[in-house]
Design a binder for this molecule. Sequence first.
Ligand code: MEV
Length: 311
Amino acid sequence: MAKVSAPGKVILFGEHAVVYGEPALAVAVNLRTTCAAMPSRRVLVNDAEPNRMRDAYILSSIVSGWAYLDRKVSVWVSSSVPTSSGLGSSAALCVACVGALRALEGDIDTEDIAKRAFDAEYRAQGGASPTDTSTSAHGSGVLLAKEMTDGYLWTVTKGENVWHVHHRAVPKVGIVVGDTGVRASTAMMVGKVRRFVERNAFARDLVKEIGEITMEGARALEKNDLELTGRLMERNHRLLLTLGAGHPMLDKLVRAVKPHSYGAKLTGKGGGGSIVALTDRPEKAAAAIEASGGKAYVLSPADRGVGVDEA
Ligand code: MEV
C-alpha cells in the first residue's frame, strides 16, 4: 500500500492564456487530496467499480502512472479541495494518484510525477496547460515562462507549446478565496475560450496581453510590491472577462473584497468557480465574500508539493 497526497492551487496570473504557451503564476495552497493505492486483481475506486465519467481523472492517472498496463490497482481517494471551484481539484487528484502508483513502484520523482499527471489531466480534460499539475507536484509558488530563468525546475512540452517551469517564493500575504458556488467544468471553459482564440485576432491579442501582465506580476511579487501586484491582478481579471471567462457572481465577489485587499481576480477556469484576493486583512475580506453570497476560504501557501504520507 502506498499513500500520497498533493495540494490544490490558486492561479494569481495567466489562466487560459497559459493554454496557448503564455506564462502563468500559481501558488499551492493548504488544501490536499490524498490517494492510497494497492495492487489488486481488478481496478477499484473507493472499493467500487469505477465509473468512466465520474472517475475519468483517476482512470487516466492509472494509465499515466502505472508502468505495467496489464496490472490492476485499487485506489482510495479523499480530498479537502472543493471540486469544480477553480482550486485545482482535478490536478491534485491526478498528482496524488500518479504519485501513489509511482510510490508502489518505488519511484517517487517530482518532475516525473508532474509530467505524467499533466498527461493524465490533459487526456481526461481534452486539453490543459501544465500549470495546475506542476504547481501541485512542486508546491510553493510556480512560474511557467517562455524563457528559462532563476529557479528553473523542468520543461513541459505539448504540440507547439513549451513551458519552462520555475520555483517562486511566495511573499507573506493572506490568500483569500471566494467560491461563487456556480459550477463550470474546466473542459467546457477551456473549449469556449479556445473557439474564441482560434477564430478571432482580437482574442489572440488579449492572450498576449495577459502573458505580459503575468510577467509584470511575477516581477512585482518578487519585489514584494503588493500594491502593484493587486492592480495587475485587476487588469488580468478584466482581460479574462473580455475573453469570455467571467460570471456576474465573480464580479460581485471581486467588488466586495476590493476595499479589504491589494487586488482580486477570478482564479482558474472562471465561468463560475472562485475569485482570489491578496490581503493583509483576511478576516475582513472573508466576511465581505460571505456577505455577498460566496463561500470564503482563508488559505495559506503550501510549501509541500506531492509527498508520501504514512500509510
Ligand atoms: C485551470 O485551473 C486553468 C486553465 O488555464 C486551464 C489550464 O491551464 O489547464 C483555465
